[in-house]
Design a protein around this ligand. Structure first.
Ligand SMILES: *Cc1c(COP(=O)(O)O)cnc(C)c1O
Length: 498
């Protein structure tokens, strides 16, 4: 038997990879974790000459051990195709001494495409393998990017429906339009009068509702998740770190065995956790720099060992990182306890009941591969502007947080290790804030969203991506809105079972 999966809270064990993907969240509210982290079994020098798709297979086969070679290769081929605007899928750009790993060349121009292009295929394959014939209802909370990427992946996929909840005033104009113009009869979008944490907590609550589950089962539905709590999101995200290292090796930018640092603009802790998994698989990575915006709960955690969500939620110009409850941190906490599900469950209970927990000194030592940093909105904007003025390279506001944190980390630590910065969105997804960063308020005056897009293109010389052109004239198809307490009723209404 290959790798199995278990809940971080101990309530479920020995689940296959395909079942873990199908379920999304474990029944006890925990997250699925593999029974061990496998080592890469192909030398990096060999990976250096491989395509993205070939690399994806070499990484994912080690985790998704109950998928056949043909199944996995088929999922990979369907996911990483011409939906991406470059054959490299995740190209590296060198600017100002760092390597920007551009993860935004997929159909919705944010890094969520990297995993959400393949998740629908992994999930429908899992349903087939496990003889599941109920319709899969994907419930997703989004801080702006997951929702669109998940809908793009699941739109019109037979046997699936997708319902997305986003914070009404917490996303960019482009993000909102991208979601509300989504096509596909199986897609639904709901704006909630609350923030991302409210949306995520509400979705988790619906998952844990046993009565609703039974009611749905009777009507031929089962829930799953496209959020990064699904292990089917995490595994495809490991691939691009391995790929980036291999491509740096191929280009002669690093020597065999040379360690690199990785900086990741972080929200739900999924992307950086994937980088950590890559390190544990044997990728030569030294430090993982976790970059936060003004919602710096993770910075505080890595510097004090105390996780405290009881604080003001700040809406920033990097909205996909406006999060106070970083779900995937639970996986790291679990590992740091020596995979002690009971100890982890106790901490998570404290988080939900008291809003805070503290880890032990031993657990902190375990996490010493991580360094925390944060950047304010002003620092973010100044960094975007400086990089653009100095090099002509344009980054979005999330990547700007990472770049600002990196500059600070480098200065304070004196650590000159070569560094990959995860670039998580196209600057066009946040045109308004990016334009303001490089041209000041005058750059925005009298312009609507699409005039800003065009001005940004004229100024930067970067072509407007197809994903933005598509929404310029698209009709709005989704108008639902509800309060935080009404999410369950909204789901029932959408599914026609109320
Ligand atoms: C989702 C997102 C992030 C945060 O990633 P996590 O995996 O949630 O930490 C950062 N930047 C952008 C643009 C995103 O869409």
């Amino acid at each position: 038997m290959g790798l199995t999966y278990q809940s971080t809270r101990g309530g479920e064990k020995e689940v296959t990879a395909s079942m873990a993907i199908l379920q999304g969240l474990a029944k006890d509210g925990g997250l699925f974790m593999p029974s061990g982290i496998p080592e890469l079994d192909v030398p990096l020098e060999k990976l250096a000459s491989m395509t993205y798709q070939e690399t994806a297979y070499e990484v994912m086969k080690l985790f998704l051990t109950d998928y056949t070679e043909a199944e996995l290769k088929d999922c990979i081929a369907r996911a990483y195709d011409s939906k991406f605007d470059t054959e490299e899928i995740a190209p590296l750009a060198k600017a100002d001494g760092a390597y920007y790993l551009e993860l935004y060349h997929g159909s919705t121009i944010a890094f969520k495409d990297m995993a959400l292009s393949i998740l629908p295929h992994l999930m429908t394959t899992a349903a087939r393998k496990n003889h599941v014939d109920r319709e899969i209802v994907i419930l997703t909370a989004t801080s702006g990017d997951t929702g669109k990427a998940a809908m793009a992946g699941f739109a019109d996929v037979p046997g699936t429906r997708i319902i997305v909840f986003y914070p009404k005033d917490g996303v960019s104009k482009v993000q909102e339009l991208q979601m509300r113009t989504q096509k596909g009869d199986n897609t639904s979008v709901v704006a909630i009068r609350g923030n991302f944490d409210d949306a995520q907590t509400g979705v988790k609550k619906i998952f844990g509702d046993k009565d609703l589950e039974a009611e749905l089962a009777g009507k031929g539905f089962r829930f799953s998740s496209a959020n990064s709590i699904n292990i089917g999101r995490l595994v495809p995200q490991i691939v691009y770190y391995v790929y980036a290292y291999a491509k740096l090796l191929e280009a002669g930018e690093i020597d065999k065995g040379e360690k690199i640092n990785v900086v990741v603009p972080t929200g739900n802790f999924g992307n950086i956790l994937a980088a950590y998994f890559a390190k544990r698989m044997g990728l030569p990575v030294k430090t993982l720099v976790c970059a936060s915006n003004d919602n710096k709960v993770l910075y505080d955690f890595f510097t004090t060992g105390i996780y405290d969500r009881k604080r003001e939620f700040i809406l920033t110009n990097s909205p996909s990182m406006d999060i106070l409850i970083s779900s995937n941190l639970e996986r790291l906490i679990y590992l740091s306890t020596g995979c002690d599900a009971r100890a982890n469950a106790a901490l998570m209970r404290r988080l939900s009941e008291e809003g805070r927990y503290e880890v032990t000194p031993e657990m902190r030592v375990f996490m010493s591969d991580f360094a925390g940093g944060f950047a304010t909105q002003e620092q973010d904007a100044a960094t975007i502007r400086r990089l653009f003025d100095d090099t002509g390279y344009l980054i979005d506001t999330h990547t700007g947080v990472a770049a600002a944190v990196y500059a600070n980390y480098r200065k304070e630590s004196g650590d000159g290790t070569k560094t990959v910065i995860a670039s998580t969105a196209s600057p066009y997804k946040f045109s308004h804030s990016v334009m303001e960063a490089i041209a000041g308020r005058e750059g925005l005056e009298g312009k609507d969203e699409f005039e800003i897009v065009d001005a940004l293109s004229a100024l930067s010389g970067v072509a407007v991506p197809q994903a933005v052109e598509e929404i310029r004239h698209a009709a709005v198809r989704h108008n639902r809105e509800c309060g935080v307490g009404d999410m369950k009723n909204e789901v029932k209404d959408i599914l026609g079972i109320s």
